[in-house]
Write a protein that binds this ligand. Structure first.
Ligand SMILES: *Cc1c(COP(=O)(O)O)cnc(C)c1O
Length: 376
């Protein structure tokens, strides 16, 4: 069997070990420490736009804290993009709130601003104004933030921006993660850069980020003894993981370039092939192209996305259907959904192709060889 070609695997730059070594040498093995501060500063500089950052144990922890910080409580409703990974929606249930799912639009595959407004109006008519809106930048493609924030502002509902897949993506130069009232990043092993496991909470409000750090370290009041007046969490990033993160920040720009080059290679190879469709960047939009995704129209192409996935699997090449929408998941089926069938069609026809920045030319040739047998 040939070595496996992964969808997206960790890709170290070479300087990560030095930061981790320093942590060992200075015995900063505990959570927090100079690497955590350094990593937060690196992220603040990169995101720009007057962002403050708290490094956390995961993106999921960031989403949970965001809901807590916005005061979302049991019985509240939170609007969530349906087409996403379950980590976007799960934290809504951690605070006892109800997710209300909204479909995608076709340009970016992210939450439809039109359906978003329809959902808000209907929820208000039914007696409950949603307490937050969670759009997602799927596969690195920015959601239509201008339209989404306009709707959110009109109804005065805060936005939690799930930018877990979109570090380095931007709209007219403004970085994803900096649009929402709160933004969330992930550094899980499969993301564009990784800390092995980790995440971050982003906000323009330094007071809010200070509060996030407080809640993430068990909400310890200032006192010589352990004193608590709020419920806390153990959600901070460790100083060792942050060391990996500092090393990864040195090569983030390169990783974005590499992921975009992989997308270009697929795009060039498949250009003009019947029944294969890519998602283009709308004008002013810049995607980090975390994963290259295609839609396969069975009638035009003569094969399905599942035919392609199985053909790749046979050659030990990993590919994956797009996220199965949350409103189709057994665990979320009972919750309200506002849609027009877009996410369902994306799930039916969509495939994520191997997109790691560490793919070699030989790997790409192997992948193209399999695709070509189906294209004929
Ligand atoms: C990865 C991911 C998350 C969760 O991040 P973790 O760090 O794995 O907890 C949340 N939302 C989306 C869209 C993701 O892809």
């Amino acid at each position: 069997m040939k070595p496996k070609i992964w969808l997206s695997s960790p890709h170290m730059g070479g300087n990560e070990e030095q930061f981790v070594k320093e942590a060992f040498e200075t015995n900063w093995i505990a959570p927090l420490g100079p690497n955590v501060n350094g990593f937060e500063q690196d992220l603040e500089l990169f995101l720009n736009h007057d962002c403050h950052v708290a490094a956390l144990s995961s993106g999921t922890a960031g989403l949970h804290l965001a809901l807590v910080l916005l005061g979302v409580k049991a019985g509240d409703e939170v609007i969530c993009q349906s087409m996403t990974f379950s980590a976007t929606a799960n934290p809504i249930t951690y605070v006892g709130a109800t997710p209300v799912f909204v479909d995608s639009e076709k340009d970016t595959w992210n939450i439809s601003p039109t359906l978003l407004e329809a959902a808000i109006k209907d929820r208000i008519a039914k007696g409950k104004k949603p307490k937050a809106i969670i759009p997602v930048h799927l596969y690195g493609m920015p959601a239509k933030m201008e339209e989404i924030t306009a709707v959110a502002r009109h109804y005065q509902i805060p936005v939690i921006e799930d930018a877990a897949e979109a570090l380095g993506s931007s709209i007219n130069g403004q970085k994803c993660g900096s649009f929402g009232d709160i933004g969330v990043l992930s550094f899980n092993g499969n993301k564009i850069i990784t800390t092995s496991g980790g995440g971050a909470l982003v906000s323009h409000s330094s007071a809010l980020v200070k509060d996030a750090r407080f809640l993430a370290t068990q909400a310890r009041d200032e006192a010589p003894h352990y004193q608590h007046s709020r419920i806390g969490y153990n959600y901070r990033m460790s100083n060792l993981c942050a060391g990996v993160g500092r090393g990864q920040m040195l090569i983030l720009a390169k990783r974005i370039e590499q992921r975009r080059s992989i997308y270009e290679q697929y795009h060039n190879h498949l250009a003009g092939k019947k029944g294969i469709e890519f998602v283009d960047e709308p004008s002013g939009y810049f995607s980090n192209r975390w994963l290259t995704t295609i839609l396969v129209d069975e009638n035009e192409a003569g094969f399905t996305r599942e035919d392609l996935r199985l053909a790749l699997e046979k050659e030990n090449i990993e590919s994956r259907p797009l996220w199965k929408p949350m409103h189709m998941q057994p665990v979320f089926e009972e919750y309200p959904f506002y849609g027009d069938g877009t996410a369902e069609q994306l799930f039916r026809d969509g495939l994520c192709l191997p997109s790691g920045s560490n793919l070699s030319n030989d790997d790409m040739a192997q992948i193209f060889a399999v695709i070509d047998t189906l294209l004929k």
